[in-house]
Write a protein that binds this ligand. Structure first.
Ligand SMILES: [Zn+2]
Ligand SMILES: [Zn+2]
Length: 267
């Protein structure tokens, strides 16, 4: 059985746990090492089985705990060449054996878990989302997305579970107190995905067969969980898909673990 949990999700820090048989991985480690250790403990897990931390991009909300966790628990960190170049100065001293490379489009298999990064449009050196393949199942992590395009959508389709960004409500952002340049950055093609677009994408993916959705990377300033949830629910209902009947939908919170999700392989 595959076990998945979003430990932290949001502009204040991201970390996702995925495990199968004796192999566990983290995607991103963007809050303190101590908080990630405690969050893992809260879902009955420890670092003993963590085989690697896969980094999506070098922004601090994705890497701030990675260096310390790698040192403390002797865990390899996987990222592409450009991301390593960009984040290396913020990582502290790392054991050279724990600096591992995985380039977009390349698949790395650890135990029964295969991980494949795909490019995403975001203002970082070489940002990626991840497909995780376990037996016949496909899981997708896709946050920090400036806009959606067909190529990206193809990487998301046919996932059994997806954690998708639902960053902001455009109206809250526009009327909020962020300075204009920051608003422009978030709204740009290399910024973040809004609730409305997340709704469209979720509805499309649900029509293509995806049954489990986690909405993540919510902005603290320009969104709130109920609004993201409601916006995506409405997009689903427009396509005659009923949330929590036809598909599972949950908002991944910034400061606590999501519900633990289990997916049976071979079913
Ligand atoms: Zn981020
Ligand atoms: Zn980012």
């Amino acid at each position: 059985m595959i076990k998945i949990c979003s430990l932290f999700s949001g502009s204040s820090g991201n970390c996702i746990f995925i495990s199968y048989n004796n192999t566990s991985i983290l995607i991103d480690a963007g809050v303190s090492g101590r908080r990630i250790e405690n969050a893992l403990k809260s879902i009955g897990e420890s670092f003993d089985n963590i085989a690697g931390i896969f980094i999506t991009h070098e922004h601090s909300d994705h890497i701030s705990g990675a260096g310390i966790l790698s040192r403390r628990h002797k865990i390899p960190i996987f990222a592409n060449t450009e991301t390593w170049d960009a984040m290396r100065p913020f990582m502290g001293k790392l054991d050279s054996g724990n600096i591992r490379y995985i380039e977009p489009g390349e698949t790395k298999t650890i135990g029964d878990v295969s991980v494949k990064p795909f490019p995403i449009p975001h203002d970082a050196a070489c940002p990626v989302g991840y497909n995780i393949f376990i037996e016949d199942k496909k899981l997708t992590i896709a946050t920090d997305i400036g806009h959606m395009n067909d190529l990206l959508l193809a990487n998301l389709e046919k996932s059994d579970m997806i954690l998708l960004e639902s960053n902001h409500d455009i109206e809250m952002l526009m009327t909020g107190r962020y300075p204009w340049p920051l608003k422009q950055r978030i709204l740009s093609d290399h910024g973040h995905l809004c609730n409305e677009m997340a709704g469209k994408v979720v509805a499309h993916l649900a029509q293509c067969g995806t049954k489990r959705f986690l909405l993540g990377h919510l902005s603290q300033e320009n969104n709130f969980p109920e609004l993201a949830y409601r916006t995506v629910c409405n997009a689903l209902l427009e396509k005659n898909i009923t949330p929590m009947k036809d598909v599972y939908l949950e908002v991944a919170m910034r400061d606590r673990a999501s519900n633990v999700m289990y997916i049976n392989t071979g079913a």
